[in-house]
Design a binder for this molecule. Sequence first.
Ligand SMILES: Cc1cc2nc3c(=O)[nH]c(=O)nc-3n(C[C@H](O)[C@H](O)[C@H](O)COP(=O)(O)OP(=O)(O)OC[C@H]3O[C@@H](n4cnc5c(N)ncnc54)[C@H](O)[C@@H]3O)c2cc1C
Length: 409
Amino acid sequence: MAVRSWPRRPACRVWCGGGECRRPTTPPFTRRYEGSQVSTPCPDTPALAAAVVGGGCAGLTLAHRLAADQNGPVAVIDPGDPRPDHIWGYWDDGGEDLALARPFGEAAWRQWAVIDHGGKTVLTSNNFWYRAISSARFENYLRATMPAVRQMRGTVAAATRHAGGYRVALADGRELRAARVFDSRPPAPPAGVLLQHFAGWQVRMDQPVFDPHTAILMDFRVSQEAGVHFIYLLPFSAENALVESTVFSPQVQPASWYDDQIATYLAAHYPTAGVTISSREAGVIPLARLRPDGVFGTAVGMRAAALRASSGYAFSQIQRQIADLTVRGGGARPGCDAIEAWMDQVLLRVLRGAPARAPEIFTRAAAALDGDAFARFMRGYGDWPGRLRLMSGLPMGLFLAAALGGAGR
Ligand SMILES: Cc1cc2nc3c(=O)[nH]c(=O)nc-3n(C[C@H](O)[C@H](O)[C@H](O)COP(=O)(O)OP(=O)(O)OC[C@H]3O[C@@H](n4cnc5c(N)ncnc54)[C@H](O)[C@@H]3O)c2cc1C
């Protein structure tokens, strides 16, 4: 097990208060223990087996899994800012890593497509599903099914090591002591970085216009004036879909711009159908290798490089990290290995230098692979045959120049 056993000592009422320390301001401190009438020295043992900084995707998944292991008290600390619902799309190979999320699928596809003006490349997989889940449903489930986990509102300001573990200082002056600390604060993106920015509508059409068997990962038949731009369309049924206008560029657009793009796309491709918008989502994801400036204990999630820099995918990578930490007892692996991280950087350089080539590049990448190889690469830690097929399918001169151009291009 990754988390060391909780020492079976009675809880300190005065100092620790069951995990949350409120230091008396005037010594000598009176220290009493439950079940004991005598004053005894307060053992400087952590009151928590684990403190998890940040209650997002990584923090909640980790806390849920740690609580299931019953290795001692766990707390999650998060400021509690609103987390608007959105869809997480990810490739699922049926493994244990994604078991927690699997029941929440809004829909799942064995086929996915990349479309440009030249046609449609459809990939079919035997071993992977592309799944979509609601972030709010998943996170609410995690929160509701870990009653033993202390869910605290607060901002962690520091975590310092001491003999028995960590002292975790909150911005409001509270202090916790924990044997282990996990840090899921998202790192700040570097200045000027390429962003993936998007807005989407969940729509209900008044006619069955969508192909519910094929998720459209990228449809480039849209304006390319604002950057690399495509429509991401997840058909939940023939009438219902998430339709998202997604751009790779350093500059986020006003909300009305994405609305116009989605409306124009739907009018162009489903001209006879009426559209009702049932919900909206939006987001910005930095497309970069994020390097944290410091870590409280062990980094997880985006702070532990879960993000695939070339695509903005991190969900399945986070679930794998947490399973590595809790089930397999290892460290939190990044979202991909060093070779794939380098390939991602080269692709991003190409997209910065030649954004107009993006439809051709992504179409050729899809055509070079079958569904399984594509999904393996997107999840990270793919195989060499898949990588070599991918590289050989791309415009060689462009990628070679970007690979040799080094950082900063
Ligand atoms: C809108 C959107 C859509 C996405 N869609 C996909 C998708 O389809 N597929 C995919 O694979 N990935 C997707 N991603 C990327 C990735 O999966 C998510 O960003 C994921 O939520 C990252 O999880 P995380 O736990 O690392 O960070 P977060 O979920 O951002 O959680 C970090 C938490 O830390 C808290 N925090 C910050 N500072 C402190 C502090 N000092 N003390 C305590 N708490 C603190 C924050 O309040 C936050 O709740 C999407 C991202 C966004 C934003």
